[in-house]
Design a protein around this ligand. Sequence first.
Ligand code: NAD
Ligand code: ZN
Ligand code: ZN
Length: 394
Amino acid sequence: MKAVVYKGPRNVDVEEVKKPEIEKPTDVIIKVTSSGICGSDLHLYDGHGPDGLGTILGHEPMGVVEEVGDAVELVKPGDRVVIPFNVACGSCLNCIRGLTNMCLTMNPDAAIANYGYPGAGPYAGGQAEYLRVPYGDWACLKLPGEPGDEFEDDFVMLADIFPTAYYAAELAKVKTGKTVAVFGAGPVGLLAAYSSMLMGASEVYVVDKSDKRLKLAESIGAVPINFTDGDPVEMIMQIRQNNKNLMSSLRPGEEKVLGVDCAIDAVGYQALDRNNSEEFKPNQVLMDIARIIAPGGSIGVIGVYSPDPAGKDENEKQGYLTLPWAELWFKGVSIGTGPTPVKQMHGFLRNLIFNGKAKPSFIVSDRISIDEAPEAYKQFDKRDDVVKPIIKFH
Ligand SMILES: NC(=O)c1ccc[n+]([C@@H]2O[C@H](COP(=O)([O-])OP(=O)(O)OC[C@H]3O[C@@H](n4cnc5c(N)ncnc54)[C@H](O)[C@@H]3O)[C@@H](O)[C@H]2O)c1
Ligand SMILES: [Zn+2]
Ligand SMILES: [Zn+2]
């Protein structure tokens, strides 16, 4: 079968590899119909991830069950399914309390396992014609309809970024009436803004430098903030200060809450330095968030922070960051972080999709064949016009 293989920094190739087989009775094999390329794949592509030459990439697959092991009871060949990016057993101490993002049994080296990522267990990725899914009964989320129907591009978002973006909003404690600032207008940031709207936020700001991505943010009712026009924190404060209704409803002292109630970091350690956007500054977004968050606010850090082998100094290589901790402490903020436990919410989000209440596919910019994947990685890596590429197999 064909698969996208990591060949080193800025180099992926499409290769003929062996089709996966059932290895354990709990396995399922799926025939992939759609598979996303993710900002997380770009960390590796850019040379900022672990050494993983030869890894079959991809952790955002959906498709049709092709074959099931003898112990699989809940899904059968022909079922249409989407697979969480987390590989998990479903029955360890962490899995049974919902922390399937930190499964204790699927990776001997750490409490995390994902498809198609070096360091996250020995699992081949889903940018391939077929995928082996361990613990298929646990993993497969069943979907209605037929491959290639009107919901295909929405459902493929359920493997990672729609649950991830929704989880980011949960970590940031978004709810009805709250104000939200999202940093990053990539797929995760855009869907975090969208999730915040679903949760009833009263104001949502989205910060990035790509006009194309910010236009999408605007199209769903968020306020676009382009950080090449100035300091995004000051720009958000200014917009709020210009809001006559807001200003005339504050009592003395309450101008201190002109910052936002909720902030979401949908960028991570490959944040660009706002003073020199040719360079990365891993703590850039966290520094901005510390300033924009209002006292008593909550922060969801969903962008990945990782040791960076290409870091500029020893601290970056270790994943150590400098933070304005005193400011965060005095503001009494809560901070939530980590990989997403997709299983906690992908079923609920699926129901929103087929009931017509959510359409996360508005971010999909490119539908490509697997042979076009190397070029799609190259273009997506510019983090501009190619917002979300999906590999199609049907
Ligand atoms: N926690 C999880 O489980 C999980 C799951 C999926 C993705 N992620 C992570 O989420 C992050 C975003 O993913 P994506 O697919 O949207 O990636 P992406 O690379 O397409 O988007 C990142 C965006 O951030 C913008 N950006 C860069 N520096 C900035 C700055 N200083 N201020 C504001 N915006 C800035 C970029 O221009 C880009 O549009 C990545 O780190 C990815 O690994 C985490
Ligand atoms: Zn992803
Ligand atoms: Zn487990």
